[in-house]
Design a protein around this ligand. Sequence first.
Ligand SMILES: NC(=O)c1ccc[n+]([C@@H]2O[C@H](COP(=O)([O-])OP(=O)(O)OC[C@H]3O[C@@H](n4cnc5c(N)ncnc54)[C@H](OP(=O)(O)O)[C@@H]3O)[C@@H](O)[C@H]2O)c1
Length: 317
Amino acid sequence: MKAAVYLEYGPPEVLQVKHVKKPTPQKNEILLRIKATAVNSGDLRLRKADPFAVRFIFGLIKPKINILGTVFSGEVESVGEDVKHFNVGDFVFGHTDMSFGAYAEYKCLPENASIALKPATISYTEAAVIPFGGVTALHFIKKAKIKPGQKVLVVGASGAVGSAAVQLAKSLGAEVTGVCSTSNMALVKSIGADKVIDYTKEDFTLNGETYDVIFDTVKTISVSQSLKSLNKNGKMILSAAGMSEMLHGLLISMTSNKKVITGVISHTAADINLLKELIETGKFKPVIDRTYPLEQIAEAHAYVEKGHKRGNVAMEI
Ligand SMILES: NC(=O)c1ccc[n+]([C@@H]2O[C@H](COP(=O)([O-])OP(=O)(O)OC[C@H]3O[C@@H](n4cnc5c(N)ncnc54)[C@H](OP(=O)(O)O)[C@@H]3O)[C@@H](O)[C@H]2O)c1
């Protein structure tokens, strides 16, 4: 099968399209013919081994996992003999979690992985981009227990996680303000934000507004300064936090009436099914900036690395 493979950590060019062995499903697995995937920040981190700690899990000198890509849409090509919930020919989408491997024509996954039937109303390409931002935003929004009428500020509202966070918070009945650059204001309004702040012209920490939840998806805020914009008992989500922000967040949670939520996400098939329902009811729309063919994987990585993509960068296989 065709796959984008990398054998050493480094710049986008370490990704090369090659022919590799097609996987065979175990008894509890389904074999997917992948039609589309997406290039996300997690893929970049593993490609570059950035932060260095990546090497302690994914290979000290060279990567142990050679095919990146965590999200996918595609068709079930065959199933292991114990598989009960999926059939050959099902159209599905989902998240491979830490096994990666979606930059390829085929991928095997246990049937109980984060997989759901693809909504019929969207294309394969649209379906593939949803799970990354979708499960990340969902994980943190569930932890924050957002209630109808609460005021939620999403920083980085034009990104993969941010565009999902805006839509998920809206679906729960929150009043959502998105923070983005001038050229992304129309996009952020179009996905449902009630208000939009252009960070190139206005600092949200200085405008006197306060929020029940501040969700920073891009690690660009000053945590100490932003606490002033958080209501009493408010929650601050730092989904892109590094170790120092996590420790700072822990200290704030332990010493004040405000809570900081950080950490690594987890997800299940129920989360993908929830995203499917929201798509089918018109409450969640995929946001795609660009689409590349698998052969242009290095170009796609170079574009995402610039840090200015709008929503998601899809890849068709
Ligand atoms: N905790 C976890 O387990 C977990 C899971 C998944 C992802 N993450 C983290 O989430 C982060 C990636 O998120 P993503 O994929 O959503 O990013 P992304 O799609 O690359 O988002 C970048 C967006 O943010 C905007 N932006 C840049 N600077 C900004 C600023 N100062 N204020 C507001 N918006 C700004 C950019 O547009 P402009 O430049 O035009 O403003 C762009 O649209 C990564 O750090 C990743 O590690 C964490």
